[in-house]
Design a protein around this ligand. Structure first.
Ligand code: APR
Length: 233
């Protein structure tokens, strides 16, 4: 089976009702990154940080996968599919994707502030005073600006072996995630789905589909499934 990598960003979940970050009306227009999404913010005002992620956890729990998440699952019949997502929601999993790597963490997990490896599933709000069994304050299992991206190495290995890459709904502004595509083989077949003309990766075999995810992704999926029938991918 050919190896297919989906690389998704906030635009993937936009039509599920979850806001993107950098569009007009996006989260970083309403909130200050320095106040809610850095280790310094956590030191300065942990309650504000917890409130921000409590709000986002609620929104994720209320959201449903959209047509784009669902279409991607169909690829698993014909391809070895690995999703690499920058999103902290679980909509790829709920749609039925079987291999999902979260580069920036998962909002439905918590961890002690002093231990990145011990994870706890969580569906409810996190508050100051919520501690693990060893007494450490719990924080959301998300990667903040200025923190390492522990899953990056695994993502690079996946990208290095890709035959096809589908990039959906990311402005490719945030590193190291945005640099991932450069690890793909030179001749990789790449599709980019976004309603805006984002900065395209410089690749020979690249097709840009200017559309919302719910429209563009099913189109790409249909094309890939048809090509796989006649062995053109
Ligand atoms: N379908 C597809 N793409 C969309 C849609 C849609 N319906 N609506 C918006 N988009 C596109 C925008 O045009 C933009 O290119 O989604 C992209 C969203 O970009 P960002 O808001 O920058 O989100 P993302 O690239 O995922 O951000 C990366 O930044 O703040 C951090 O940790 C956060 O993981 C996030 C990272």
């Amino acid at each position: 089976m050919k190896r297919l990598v989906i690389f998704s960003g906030a635009g993937m979940s936009a039509e599920s009702g979850l806001k993107t970050f950098r569009d007009s009306g996006g989260l970083w227009e309403e909130f200050d990154i320095e106040e809610v999404a850095t280790p310094e913010a956590w030191q300065a005002n942990p309650k504000l940080v917890l409130d921000f992620y409590n709000m986002r956890r609620k929104q994720v729990l209320e959201a449903e996968p959209n047509a784009a998440h669902e279409a991607l699952v169909l690829l698993e019949d014909k391809f070895d599919v690995q999703v690499i997502t920058q999103n902290i929601d679980d909509l790829h999993e709920r749609a039925g994707s079987s291999k999902v790597l979260h580069l920036h963490g998962e909002i439905l997990k918590a961890r002690p502030e002093n231990d990145a490896l011990r994870l706890y599933p969580i569906q409810h709000d996190l508050n100051i005073g919520d501690v693990c069994e060893l007494g450490a304050q719990l924080r959301p299992h998300v990667v903040w600006f200025g923190e390492e991206v522990p899953e990056m190495l695994r993502a690079v290995e996946v990208m290095r072996k890709a035959h096809v890459v589908v990039i959906v709904g990311t402005s490719l502004n945030v590193y190291p995630a945005a640099g991932l595509i450069h690890y793909a083989p030179k001749r990789v077949q790449c599709y980019v789905v976004d309603p805006e003309e984002i900065q395209q990766p410089k690749l020979k075999n690249l097709k840009f589909i200017q559309a919302r995810a719910s429209v563009g992704v099913p189109t790409v999926v249909d094309a890939l499934l048809a090509m796989s029938e006649v062995d053109q991918v």
